[in-house]
Design a protein around this ligand. Structure first.
Ligand code: NAP
Length: 292
């Protein structure tokens, strides 16, 4: 069994990005600039945004954090999005989700100029991704593809089961695993209404679990030799930790790991790759790799 080390892979990719940025800047080019809008004080969002700012530093990017209280109006937030769309010094930006209930996330996502949408959530990027055109691919599925590629996990012609059908993980993951230039796999997507979920998993060569149910994928659901990617990150109470919780994946790691060819741990698997792929998208934005 090979343990896929997302933390080490992410550190290596960030070093590669930094090297490229240093080269660009020493040749007189512009330092990539990522801006992030954070609304309110949600603990999870604060941590994610803090880590994104730290990742920018590690990659040699300029970063700007724009904070608003959670009573900001939708109109004012949309005005800020528009300002960033027009700010030529900003290569790409994100609006950290979730947003307060009185603001339509979809409206905000669609207000972002797709050429600066480094989260890859805008319908233009999602649509281009679905038909295999160059675009910003959302960070979590992109990070998983990168792990599969760097660890030489065989995917072409293999049966891949994806658990979960969210817009940010399950759906794009299924699109990418299906496409010839990425996974080239035979893909099945399962969700809470899937009657044959266990059987599908038992027949899978690759399982990508993104449902948010700790320990859901058990050893009796896994074919020996399968590759397992665990996207789940659920906070479960743990009084022995200073934080009072630990992160738990969707896979019963202890019993599934001995059966697998490859497996990602939680934490330290998919998670660290996600922010790293946001950095890669920002570098692509600065280089105008996909759009002029
Ligand atoms: P989500 O929006 O929370 O949706 C969960 C999906 O799982 C839905 O499609 C749901 O089916 C399905 N599901 C729920 N219970 C199920 C069950 N018992 N059997 C089969 N399917 C079930 O999904 P998400 O936002 O992609 O998040 C999933 C997990 O990944 C969470 O733990 C999240 O924290 C984690 N995550 C991690 C990263 C990272 O960077 N590591 C990034 C994003 C998400 P229905 O559609 O039928 O409701």
């Amino acid at each position: 069994m090979v343990l896929i080390d997302g933390k080490a892979t992410a550190a290596q990719i960030k070093a590669e990005i930094k090297e490229e940025v240093d080269r660009i800047v020493s040749n007189g080019g512009k330092r990539p600039h990522l801006a992030a809008i954070l609304v309110g004080h949600d603990g999870g969002s604060e941590t994610y945004v803090k880590n994104k700012v730290l990742a920018c530093e590690a990659c040699g990017f300029q970063s700007t954090l724009i904070r608003f209280e959670d009573d900001i109006t939708e109109e004012a937030l949309l005005a800020e999005v528009d300002r960033l769309n027009c700010d030529e010094s900003v290569d790409g930006f994100i609006v950290q989700l979730p947003l307060p209930k009185h603001i339509s996330e979809q409206k905000v996502i669609e207000a972002i100029d797709y050429r600066k949408d480094v989260d890859g959530f805008h319908p233009i990027n999602v649509g281009r991704m679905a038909i295999g055109l160059p675009c910003y691919v959302s960070a979590t599925p992109k990070g998983i593809l990168e792990l599969l590629r760097r660890y030489n996990v065989p995917t072409s012609g293999r049966k891949c089961v994806i658990l979960g059908r969210s817009n940010i993980v399950g759906k794009p993951m299924a699109q990418l695993m299906m496409q010839k230039q990425y996974g080239d796999s035979t893909v099945t997507v399962c969700h809470s209404r899937s009657a044959t979920l266990k059987k599908e998993c038992q027949e899978a060569d690759i399982i990508i679990a993104a449902i948010g149910k700790p320990g859901f994928l058990t050893a009796d659901m896994v074919k020996p030799g399968a590759a397992i990617i665990d996207v789940g990150t659920t906070r479960v109470p743990d009084p022995s930790r200073k934080s009072g919780f630990r992160l738990s994946g969707d896979v019963d790691f202890e019993h599934v790991a001995p059966l697998c060819s490859f497996i990602t741990p939680v934490p330290g698997g998919v998670g660290p790759m996600t922010i790293c792929m946001l950095m890669q998208n920002t570098l692509s934005a600065a280089k105008k790799e996909f759009y002029r």
